[in-house]
Design a protein around this ligand. Structure first.
Ligand SMILES: Nc1ncnc2c1ncn2[C@@H]1O[C@H](COP(=O)(O)OP(=O)(O)OP(=O)(O)O)[C@@H](O)[C@H]1O
Length: 256
């Protein structure tokens, strides 16, 4: 299933937040969204997920969701959003409880996502027993359990230290290579965008418009062997971002 945004604009009261966003996210593609603080990245994810409706334009889905999909759009948040009193298995099962599944079906889904996220041995653990990186793997397992057409990932690695972030990026690439998923991935981190994005949408400061879409035509698994090229792409992204970030910063300082 492809996701299509056509002329999406949005705002709150008199604040224009997003202006005329048009983009298509193809099945099995990871599209990263980068842009200065406050340019509307999280708002864009909420509009895609249907939590809010755009003031103008439309969000469309083309084609069928993956077979067995229980929920075409699902979120992964920065703060993991796990219930502390539920085990790893219990947190994953939460996403499945609203669906008509037999106990055997539910258990098979949980087995599968635990295996894919290398969490099988932690099935009974509580969130407080897990590291930040493992908590986020649980959140990713929970998102995968509904076989989403598109995962909406809002800075999923931002709360983690840099080593854990590196390891989780490897995990996400491994996960994608074994069974490709589709994601719209918001990040502030340009290194993350060039490691994980097939395409990177660079947004302007508020009202967020698409400034440029940068394609990275190196397979995800080969990027660490092409460090010079990745650095060059990252530099290009930074050049695009720098001016916008400086202007956004000045605007925030004026408000403060
Ligand atoms: N529910 C709301 N009501 C009013 N204003 C809002 C609401 N949600 C977001 N905004 C405003 O919309 C703008 C965009 O917010 P959003 O969180 O989407 O930006 P962002 O690019 O994700 O920011 P950041 O990078 O800092 O996380 C901000 O100015 C924010 O204050």
């Amino acid at each position: 299933m492809d996701l299509i945004l056509r002329g999406v604009s949005h705002g709150y009261d008199r604040t224009e937040v997003l202006a005329d966003i048009s983009i298509e996210i193809a099945a099995k593609e990871i599209v990263c969204i980068i842009g200065p603080s406050g340019c509307g990245k999280s708002t864009l994810l909420r509009l895609i997920g249907g939590l809010e409706h755009p003031k103008a334009g439309e969000v469309l889905m083309r084609g069928e969701p993956p077979s067995g999909s229980l929920n075409p759009l699902t979120y992964v948040f920065q703060d993991f959003a796990l219930l502390p009193w539920r085990s790893v298995e219990g947190n994953i099962s939460l996403a499945l409880e609203d669906h008509r599944l037999s106990a055997a079906e539910r258990s098979a889904i949980i087995d599968d996502v635990l295996r894919r996220t290398k969490l099988t041995d932690f099935r009974k653990a509580l969130p407080r027993q897990l590291s930040g990186g493992m908590k986020q793997r649980v959140a990713i397992a929970r998102a995968l359990s509904v076989r989403p057409a598109v995962m909406l990932m809002d800075e999923p690695l931002s709360a983690l230290d840099s080593q854990t972030r590196e390891l989780l990026m490897d995990d996400l690439i491994d996960l994608w290579q074994r069974e490709a998923f589709t994601a719209c991935y918001v990040t502030h981190n340009l290194a993350e965008a060039v490691r994980l994005g097939h395409r990177i949408v660079v947004m302007s400061r508020r009202p967020g418009r698409i400034r440029e879409v940068v394609e990275i035509d190196v397979p995800l698994g080969e990027r660490m062997r092409n460090l010079a090229l990745m650095e060059e792409r990252q530099r290009h992204l930074w050049e695009l971002m720098r001016e916008e970030a400086l202007a956004a910063d000045r605007e925030l300082a004026d408000v403060g």
